[in-house]
Ligand binder design. Sequence first.
Ligand code: TRP
Length: 332
Amino acid sequence: MKEIVLSGIRPTGNLHLGNYYGAVQNFIKLQDNYNCYFFIADYHSLTTHPHPDDLHGRVKQILVEYLAAGLDPEKATLYIQSDVPEVVELYLFLNMNAYIGELERVTTFKEKVRKQPDNVNAGLLTYPTLMAADILIHKSNYIPVGKDQEQNLEKARDFAERFNRIYGIDYFPVPQAFNFGNDLIKVPGLDGSGKMGKSEGEGNAIFLCEDDKSIRKKVMRAVTDSGPTEPNQTKPEAIQNLFNLMKIVSKPETVQFFDEAYNNMSIRYGDMKKQLAEDIIQMVTPFRERINELANNDEYIKKVARMGAEKAHESASKTIKEVREIIGFRSF
Ligand code: TRP
């Protein structure tokens, strides 16, 4: 039996190059080697009170973009969280042994309290229990999570161990973080600092669905400086980031050409950016086309969602049946 890997995806924003070379590439590798469950966390998204007219469209867009990026519904179980209501029942059970004090101490909760004091709802407080339910419903072994989700995963581990201890049964595997080691490619953003992400501002990220004109505009606006002041100098962060981005999307000869130009001080950032924009466009175009194709193929999307829901339901209902028995529910 293959080990189980699970990850949830929040339906916020479009896939950008940072997501693609980071999480998505890893999902694609994982789906070949593990029994993978990837789902769109639309229950979780309710904490921010999305308008009913927006919710479905956002979920569809995420599904379409992940499919276009290479997630394979024949290999992984790809589903929408709300198609598997067993998750909510497990969430209720886990909440009975989740304590207000420990939930209040979770950093992401404390952050939300600070950032949105007018919407500190119980769903936010119990976000880690819902996430634990997502994980435990399929008795998952590994969770590929970023730094920001480590504490939530820690809570899932606590809840799994607690359930096992309370009922004196070794039922839930204790989920572990999936460690990518050095495999993770970090994609720098266009604002000269750090990494690509939509929260760093509109111009910082390039999306897989983005059109050529908009890509050119963003790249041409990327932060640079007034140029090298002596030969072979160390590149400042913003410039190094531009080179790093180029290393990801361009041919090695291209990178080398501009690197030499930098070192002999003949570089023209405008030329480098033009080239970078064209190479990003080359990389993004097939994805954008596939996204548009899939977005117009409602029949296929429906088929994928149904197939995922069925597979996820099969595993989830088995767990819930067993959990109910362990807890002491018996049918008359
Ligand atoms: N909380 C995760 C995020 O914000 C999304 C998520 C929901 C998740 N349930 C999960 C991730 C279960 C891993 C496992 O990105």
